[in-house]
Write a new protein. Structure first.
Length: 100
């Protein structure tokens, strides 16, 4: 998993960087999407430990990537928490993807 590094190979900043530093210092598990897609959700969790940080990741189906990751996380939460209300999108499908 690329967390806590960005896709381009650079170091994570913002929330990812802060959480990475906190996990290194205090312990805990980073749980999230592996960045990989699957044809059928299995629920399998991939546990890894790297540089003092434990990650627990899952692969997502395309629908979950569209609704949860691209929709809820990036089109609703990110703009909202960065004071860009003008960019915030609210769609019921995004919320369903997050809940799923």
């Amino acid at each position: 998993m690329a967390v806590p590094k960005r896709a381009g190979g650079g170091r994570a900043r913002g929330l990812a960087g802060a959480l990475n530093a906190a996990l290194k210092k205090n312990g805990g598990i980073w749980f999230g999407w592996s960045g990989q897609e699957t044809d059928s959700f299995t629920g399998n969790i991939n546990l890894q430990r790297h540089d003092g940080v434990t990650t627990a990741t899952i692969d997502l189906e395309q629908q979950d990537v569209d609704e949860y990751y691209n929709g809820y996380a990036n089109s609703t939460l990110w703009p909202l928490f960065h004071y860009r209300i003008d960019l915030t999108e609210y769609e019921r499908e995004f919320g369903r993807g997050y809940e799923r």
